[in-house]
Design a protein around this ligand. Structure first.
Ligand SMILES: [Zn+2]
Length: 325
């Protein structure tokens, strides 16, 4: 099982979710199921990623984040070899703690001599190397830098499909250029997800990938002229995130119910903060007292989640009440 944790990607900017631009053509082929109604229970990296990678939600984060172990430990205890590869810097908090639960942990940008400008596709050789261990049961977490500002630093020139993308300042006047640059980052992230699936496909393994971004982004979308994310009160664009599941043919053949359930659950709302953990456990066939099939998007028992949000004081609030402000 590979979990790809995205960064600042907005669900509504993905072609696979109905966006009018070809930002994810590589995901049109079989095996990918996207959940266009997905949302995050936090608009900040340092809270959202720990919820993606643990059973904690907005309702339990404040009480338990200091003591909880992550999904990495759940897989280790079930006999999986685990690896965590990051294209982000150390955050010196919960994300690092979870990352170092793994058998192998590597932060590209923290390596001696690293330029600090590595692109997400540089995680692929690490994935291939880890798969080549032939360890049998494996969990590999990839933490991408995705669409974090400044957008043009996140993709190589050959992904500059939407033009013009050059901006000199982040202002309302530059919105069209910022949108183009942002869409280029989605195009690159979609290609990376396709590359991850290709690696798993060529391994011939019973394999699956779960991708979700930590939060979305404001790009001067309405008359409030908001930009970036992590504001005290989130906009709907800050919590609108992509969630995509890919299942290999060998896994689909052995567990046909996973793909069918994912397709059936596709129109449902999904809280990524709640569902990534349970979906990954089910795909790996790991039993746990914490496992809840009602939160796994590959389960026929999946149910619409509580719409909750983790506020600045680590308290859970009603998501729709805070969005309405
Ligand atoms: Zn983030």
């Amino acid at each position: 099982v590979v979990i790809v944790v995205g960064e600042t990607a907005r669900g509504d900017r993905w072609q696979i979710n109905g966006y009018g631009r070809p930002t994810s053509p590589s995901l049109a082929a079989g095996g990918f199921v996207s959940f266009p109604e997905a949302y995050s229970e936090s608009n900040t990296t340092h809270k959202s990623v720990p919820m993606l990678l643990s059973h904690l939600t907005a309702d339990t984060f404040g009480d338990s984040i200091y003591s909880v172990k992550s999904i990495v430990t759940a897989f280790r205890e079930a006999g999986f070899r685990t690896a965590f590869f990051s294209n982000q810097r150390y955050n010196r908090s919960f994300i690092d703690r979870f990352a170092f639960e793994a058998d192998t942990t590597l932060f590209i940008k923290e390596q001696p001599g690293a330029s600090g400008e590595s692109l997400d596709m540089e995680l692929l050789p690490l994935l291939k190397e880890e798969l080549a261990r032939g360890a049998g049961r494996q969990l590999i977490v990839l933490h991408a830098y995705g669409s974090h500002f400044s957008y043009n630093d996140r993709y190589p020139e050959d992904f500059a499909r939407f033009v013009p993308y050059e901006y000199t300042d982040a202002s309302l006047a530059a919105k069209d250029r910022l949108d183009n640059a942002y869409d280029n980052t989605i195009l690159y992230t979609a290609a990376m997800l396709d590359s991850v699936a290709s690696c798993l496909r060529s391994s011939g393994a019973e394999a699956a990938m779960v991708y979700a971004s930590d939060h979305g982004e404001d790009i001067f979308d309405d008359d409030r002229h908001l930009f970036l994310h992590a504001s005290p009160v989130p906009s709907r664009w800050q919590i609108d995130v992509p969630m995509i599941v890919w299942i290999s043919d060998p896994m689909a053949a052995r567990h046909p119910g996973y793909f069918d359930a994912a397709c059936a659950n596709r129109p449902m709302p999904v809280s990524t903060s709640r569902s990534v953990y349970h979906t990954a456990l089910q795909l790996a066939g790991i039993g746990s007292p914490l496992f809840d099939p009602k939160l796994s998007v590959v389960s026929g028992e999946y149910k619409k989640p509580a719409r909750r949000y983790l506020d600045d004081h680590n308290c859970a609030v009603d998501l729709d009440a805070i969005l309405a402000r």
